[in-house]
Ligand binder design. Structure first.
Ligand code: FES
Ligand code: FES
Length: 148
């Protein structure tokens, strides 16, 4: 893929690769809608240039499941009704996986702090917290499946 040196990762994903699952909200690092996983860590893709991520493994919401099987975090979002309009959901899912990969979020205050970069206009927070509560004690390796 040939892109300009100044193309952000979110624009490379959405405009050049047509991977529109990753959403663009503020474009300024303030809403978390554009969160993707880079080498298993969650990052705002509007705040990094695509060229800076050469050679790294970038996983968007499209790459989380395998075949017809959803990633456990995606399944849990459905089970707990953790989305309404769904606009913030890809970013929320990637951030959830990122913090589970770090083994963080067991304390409610820490969890709120770690997820505070993901804004949800619909207010789905309460059910998103239920997702993390359910998954935080699960085997991290299983959760990381296809995500790092
Ligand atoms: S679009 Fe990247 S943080 Fe809002
Ligand atoms: S579910 Fe609508 S913005 Fe979060």
């Amino acid at each position: 893929m040939k892109i300009s040196a100044w193309t952000t990762l979110v624009d490379a994903l959405r405009e050049h690769l047509q991977l529109t699952g990753t959403k663009k909200g503020c474009d300024h690092g303030q809403c978390g809608a554009c969160t993707v996983l880079i080498d298993g860590k969650h990052i705002n893709s509007c705040l990094t240039l695509a060229a800076m991520q050469t050679g790294k493994e970038i996983v968007t919401v499209e790459g989380l499941g395998s075949g017809d099987e959803l990633h456990p975090v995606q399944e849990a979002f459905i089970k707990h009704d953790a989305f309404q309009c769904g606009y913030c959901t890809p970013g929320q899912i990637c951030s959830t996986i990122g913090l589970l990969n770090m083994n963080k979020g067991s304390d409610p205050a820490e969890l709120r702090d770690l997820m505070s970069g993901n804004i949800c206009r619909c207010g789905a927070y309460a059910n998103i917290y239920k997702v993390v509560e359910e998954l935080k004690d699960r085997n991290t390796e299983a959760l990381s499946k296809n995500s790092n």
